[in-house]
Design a protein around this ligand. Structure first.
Ligand SMILES: [Zn+2]
Length: 70
């Protein structure tokens, strides 16, 4: 299984339009493999566009707002 981190560092996109009201609006279920795709990360979007792909192994290298250091 391909790990998300195997695809390189996160490639972040910039949201156009209104900011989302709910974090869940960043995710769409892939119609091919059924995995949730974070549309803020171009790596995931490109992966899920490939015909016949398997779900990615999510190994912690995804975009999450990390708590700020104090
Ligand atoms: Zn998919």
């Amino acid at each position: 299984m391909t790990k998300l981190s195997d695809l390189g560092p996160p490639i972040t996109g910039k949201k156009h339009g209104e900011p989302v009201k709910d974090e869940r609006e960043h995710f769409v279920k892939c119609p091919s493999c059924g995995q949730l795709v974070d549309f803020r990360d171009l790596r995931q979007v490109i992966w899920h566009e490939k015909p016949g792909h398997d779900p990615l192994e999510m190994n912690g290298d995804y975009l999450v707002d990390k708590p700020k250091a104090r």
